[in-house]
Design a protein. Sequence first.
Length: 353
Amino acid sequence: MSVRIIVLLLVMMSYGAWAQGFAGLGTDAEGFSVPEPGQELVFPDDHGPHPDFRIEWWYLTANLKDGKGADFGLQWTLFRSALRPMADTGWTAPQSWMGHAAVTTKDRHFSTERFARGGIGQAGVDTAPFSAWIDDWQMKSQAAPDEDPLASLRVFARGQDFSYKLALDASGPLVLHGDNGLSVKSASGQASYYYSQPFYQVTGTIVLPSGRFEVSGEAWLDREWSSQPLDPDQTGWDWLSLHFDDGAKLMGFRLRSRSADAYTSATWIDPDGRATAYGDGALKMTPGGTQKVAGRDVPVEWRLQLAERDLDVTVEAVNPQSWMETLVAYWEGPVRAGGSHSGRGYLEMTGYE
């Protein structure tokens, strides 16, 4: 049996039964730590891995343009999942790792994934100095000793038909979602620890079959970890991050359920970094037009309403065919927003069959 097949099995086993929430993320957390109210996040320690939790990720998205004004979207994600809540070294390590990378243009969507075992140096995350990697993909801190390690990053990834190399520098603070970093995901109380660095300014290079492109723009890094982030009845999510032209930002998600109304949550971020959390029901996310994507009907247009911020915008995909053909397939790509506020951002949708 090949190492790749072994890793695939480990990832699938660590997610548990696939029917329990999307991709098994509603599986019982027995044996693992669970997020608790009142737990203060500590930096830079929490930039690193949490092996006593079942699942976590380092998730970067970027909205970029080249010198001619063409739009590009970019993703870099490292996932850690665990069979047992410990961080053994060597081949006995119960941690498995998965990387996703993608580049999206208005006409093409390029994506790839990688798998690795923990404990043997093929993938991992170091806290000081901060570095996340899988094979030769890297997210590495360039911050000064007195700065937060995520304040300045260099990011690289490549697939069969694309590569990119980026420099990211943050112009604002880290943002905690939910209740001081505790992000509730359901009426029954499932939750994760969740924070972001949404203030990156980006420069870099993307290489595609059509050429080499010098790009610049904005990026958003999400950090999240849990052991049972979904209710077993929840079937997937619709998640957005938006950079508005006036400097404000919005994170919002809708978690769909088989037998109950969707559960929503949002964070409004002022240009100076002040964050306001909104609980279930405050953000209205209404799917609009759909397109056939990978044989599925997928909503690639959304109406977002947040009354307390006089927000009423329509969000549309830059490329509706932004399907990630990965172990757990999903839709993800750059979007444009217009209406009461204008801007750009990223949309991720999971659980569409």
